[in-house]
Design a protein. Structure first.
Length: 382
């Protein structure tokens, strides 16, 4: 009997969001190394975690990489390392994934949202108005594989002496002005959750930094604040990167350039297929801004007329379209206590109404990509 992976690979009239079955169809190398790991019983912070961290730092373009338990912790731990806690405020983007807000809230600091611009990132023109004497950091989010405007955000952070911790969970290997996502601020956080650019077999995250003191603090914080076996320097957490996930991480981080190249190629094909459809508006493409600019298309996002009808049309034809995200965080019950009024973030609201995401991973065949394009064009009678 055909497995789901076979069916997905073979079927040009089904486009699923997740490429994981194909991603991990042939993993004998991982099992070989896992066997060695089990024999070594080196299950926490052993050799393999260090090897993975070196590979990740090289891929991400940073001096140091620190493996942690999740992308959420890869944001929380650097904030804690900066001493951020109750009474402080952290500025972030209004259109983001739940975990950005969750990581800030876990430190005890107040989440301060700022509206987005049409790059999907935080609007730099609105940041300064949100700064108060309590502001302790800015956490821009690089959404959907693109980047927030880090040139402007860095200027603002320097002017106000505010550290930047980048939420780069969706944008491994994206670049602005030749400088990779995650390497602009004092630290950047990445996720290896199954839905991100590179994925392991569960949860994992990575912090990158060029700052030796940030590196030291993050290593302390991820492991109970322990300086050594018997001395606890500060209060910390248990959020080590699992050695088992580090084995998977090594295998996949070695492939990241190809993964990203596949996504960029898929996005270019979609762009060409949609460019003459007036009901679809393509966001400004980073690559068109010049060399040294790269978006990695974790989600391929466009603005669409009659979005909800298009979404239903795609889903009825086995094209797994999604919306990232349909309900802005400031309208979620969990964050009502922040006191934002409806309409406080008009661009985020407009995005929530009009954006649609299509899968653009490296495992979709050109036949599947063309089927997806055809389904969208059919909806608009093009
Ligand atoms: C996935 C994600 C996170 C959190 O990552 P986890 O590994 O799921 O904890 C944080 N921010 C953004 C923007 C994300 O997409």
């Amino acid at each position: 009997m055909a497995t789901d992976a076979d069916r997905n690979a073979a079927s040009s009239t089904q486009v699923r969001y997740s490429p994981l079955e194909q991603q991990f169809a042939d993993v004998d190398e991982i099992f070989d190394e896992l066997r060695d790991l089990v024999r070594s019983t080196d299950f926490t912070l052993g050799k393999v975690v260090g090897e993975f961290e070196e590979m990740f730092a090289a891929a991400a373009g940073s001096k140091y990489a620190i493996g942690v338990g999740s992308g959420t912790d890869a944001l929380k731990v650097p904030l804690k390392a900066l001493g951020i806690g109750p009474g402080d405020e952290v500025i972030t983007a209004a259109n983001t994934f739940y975990a950005t807000a969750g990581a800030i809230a876990e430190t005890g600091a107040r989440i301060v949202f700022v509206d987005c611009d049409d790059t999907f990132g935080i609007d730099p023109d609105l940041i300064e108005a949100a700064i108060t004497p309590r502001t302790k950091a800015i956490m821009p989010v690089h959404l959907a594989g693109d980047m927030a405007n880090m040139t402007r955000i860095t200027e603002i952070s320097e002017k106000h002496g505010l550290p930047v911790v980048e939420d780069a969970c969706q944008s491994l290997l994206a670049k602005e002005a030749g400088r990779p996502a995650g390497t602009w601020g004092i630290a950047g956080g990445f996720s290896m959750h199954p839905l991100k650019i590179i994925n392991v077999w569960g949860d994992a995250g990575v912090i990158v930094t060029d700052d030796p003191e940030m590196d030291r603090m993050c290593r302390l914080l991820r492991n109970h604040g322990l300086r050594n076996r018997d001395e606890m320097e500060i209060l910390g957490y248990n959020t080590r990167l699992d050695s088992v996930q580090a084995v998977v991480g090594k295998w996949i981080v070695a492939k990241v350039e190809d993964i990203v190249a596949g996504r960029i190629k898929a996005a270019a094909r979609y762009d060409a297929g949609f460019r003459d459809v007036p009901e679809i508006t393509l966001p400004v493409r980073r690559a068109e801004k010049g060399p040294g600019e790269r978006a990695v298309y974790l989600n391929y996002v466009v603005y669409a007329d009659r979005r909800d009808e298009l979404l239903a049309h795609c889903q009825a034809r086995s094209v797994d379209a999604k919306v990232h995200y349909p309900i802005p965080l400031y309208k979620q019950d969990a964050l009502r206590h922040l006191g934002y009024e409806d309409g406080a973030f008009p661009v985020t609201d407009r995005h929530a109404r009009s954006i649609i995401s299509f899968p653009a991973d490296q495992h979709k065949s050109t036949a599947q990509q063309d089927y997806l394009i055809g389904v969208v064009r059919e909806f608009y009678g093009r």
